[in-house]
Design a protein around this ligand. Structure first.
Ligand SMILES: Cc1cc2nc3c(=O)[nH]c(=O)nc-3n(C[C@H](O)[C@H](O)[C@H](O)COP(=O)(O)O)c2cc1C
Length: 201
């Protein structure tokens, strides 16, 4: 499938067939997420695939009614400890030649770190932004795999953490129910280009 077709065909799906998403398909979604870009190559995303009836029933109480009707709910988290691996990750990038010919090539680690430092709230937002990119990779790959999905931000962070017994360093960024679509929605409204494009300079 062409990427543009996946972009055109994707819809937020809120009605799913009960058919399970098999583990090979889940692996393909995760591989799409794994290959996403991230700041300093931190790869702060962590995922839990909730498929069992029992856990989906527990998760259902934490979010919107349609979410856990999907046979797979991907719980997408940011590892707040990931920033601690910045030195290691940036060294790997340098060794892989990613910085060749740019000012990053010879930048000291101290300078590199200093340019990326921010307060805890900004760091959490930054890490969540990275997770969001990986989430959208999965969502687009899902189209190619015949799966429907929906980004879900309406959930109780505390309750999800409790249900899944997640450690403190994991910040739940979003949920994505995945399953075979039981609806074929028309494209949803979008702003016209002239309202989002402020021009070329
Ligand atoms: C960051 C984000 C959060 C969203 N949260 C929810 C949500 O909590 N519940 C929901 O039903 N849809 C949610 N959506 C789906 C949007 O409503 C949907 O993308 C938008 O209406 C456009 O429709 P489309 O995805 O079918 O093109 C979310 C989408 C994004 C990108």
């Amino acid at each position: 499938m062409e990427l543009n077709d996946a972009i055109l065909q994707r819809r937020s799906i809120r009605k799913f067939k009960p058919d399970a998403v098999d583990s090979a398909t889940i692996a393909k979604l995760l591989e799409a997420a794994r290959l996403a870009p991230s700041g300093s190559n931190l790869q702060p995303w962590r995922f839990i695939a909730v498929t069992s009836e029992e856990m989906r029933a527990k998760l259902a109480a934490t979010t919107l009614d349609f979410v856990c009707t999907a046979p797979l709910v991907m719980v997408c988290c940011a590892d707040l400890n990931a920033t601690e691996t910045r030195a290691e990750r940036s060294a790997e990038l340098r060794a892989a030649g990613a910085f060749a010919g740019t000012q990053l090539e010879n930048m000291s680690l101290a300078d590199y770190q200093q340019r990326t430092q921010s307060d805890p709230a900004a760091t959490a937002a930054y890490l969540s932004l990275n997770v969001a990119i990986a989430m959208e990779h999965m969502v687009l790959r899902a189209v190619e795999l015949g799966l429907g999905s929906c980004w879900v931000f309406m959930f109780s962070r505390g309750k999800v953490k409790k249900v899944l017994d997640l450690p403190d360093n994991l910040l739940v960024t979003g949920l994505i129910p995945f399953g075979y679509p039981d609806q074929e929605p028309q494209p949803r409204p979008r702003l016209p280009l002239d309202q989002i494009y402020l021009g070329e300079v």
